[in-house]
Design a protein around this ligand. Structure first.
Ligand code: ADP
Ligand code: MG
Length: 257
């Protein structure tokens, strides 16, 4: 396997429990550079937890996560990280841009302020350099004219597009989306999906938890269906959506299609 073919993200045997509740029951997942992966599955199946484990916002009790060739392993015994390598953990996190259902914009910063904050504080960019890049990104998400607005003045769709620009400003290797359109009024969903579609077209590596089956069918290279903490089905979007092998996946898709 050449370097270019190495998966950019690889999870092996990821396990996570909250108390007695096993939420991830040994997840194996690989994502290739430039791949768009959609994760589908019923509410409570562990989709958010999987993203949060990949991003180290949750600590699994077993398994490994590689991001761009860097490994972090978790202790199978006590739920304790092996000698928590904080620097490596932060380095991995900075490779992953995260977009949440509820936007999580800084309410006390303007749109531009939201996008330049990370690059200036974390990456040490000068204000002019961060601003120039932020304006390009706001242009890309169609919100250059809102640079001076406050989050409270924006629609949900606009907020989410700012959140996407803010994540991209950190120049992550991979973008993770957790139900980015689930909190939006139906008429605002399309503008956010359109931005994501454009990102996919430019070769951005993306992992997207979504209930937008049409979007998954059109945009995803591959779909994963999670049920009860397990990946029950994976494959090309059209194949999985049209003809799932697993009966529980068939039943889930029958309810949402
Ligand atoms: P999904 O994103 O697929 O809806 P989640 O990953 O959010 O699923 O949750 C999976 C399961 O883990 C659910 O039963 C949920 O209630 C539980 N869970 C998630 N986060 C926590 C937490 N912080 N504490 C306890 N239980 C949690
Ligand atoms: Mg979720």
């Amino acid at each position: 396997m050449t370097a270019a073919q190495q998966p950019i993200i690889r999870a092996v045997g990821l396990r996570k429990a909250f108390g007695n509740l096993e939420v991830l029951k040994g997840i194996d997942l690989e994502v290739a550079q430039g791949e768009v992966l959609c994760i589908l599955g019923p509410s409570g199946s562990g989709k958010s937890t999987l993203l949060r484990c990949i991003n180290h916002l949750e600590v699994p009790y077993g398994g490994y996560v590689w991001v761009d060739g860097q490994i972090i392993g978790y202790d199978l015994q006590g739920g304790v990280l092996h000698e928590l390598p904080v620097k490596r953990l932060r380095a991995q996190q900075s490779q992953l841009g995260m977009v949440f259902q509820h936007f999580n914009l800084f309410a006390h910063r303007t749109v531009l302020g939201n996008v330049i904050e990370g690059p200036m504080v974390v990456r040490g960019l000068s204000r002019p350099a961060a601003t120039a890049r932020a304006m390009d990104l706001l242009e890309m998400v169609g919100l250059a004219d809102k640079a001076g607005s406050w989050p409270a003045q924006l629609s949900g769709g606009q907020k989410q597009r700012v959140a996407i620009a803010r994540a991209l400003a950190m120049e992550p290797q991979v973008m993770l989306f957790d139900e980015p359109t689930s909190a939006l009024d139906p008429e605002l969903v399309g503008e956010v999906l359109e931005v994501m579609r454009r990102l996919a077209d430019t070769g951005t590596t993306m992992i997207i938890v979504t209930h937008e089956i049409g979007f998954a069918r059109d945009v995803a290279d591959r779909v994963v269906v999670m049920i009860d903490g397990e990946i029950r089905e994976t494959g090309p979007a059209r194949k999985v959506l049209a003809n799932p092998a697993d009966p529980r996946v068939r039943s889930f898709l029958g309810r949402v299609l």
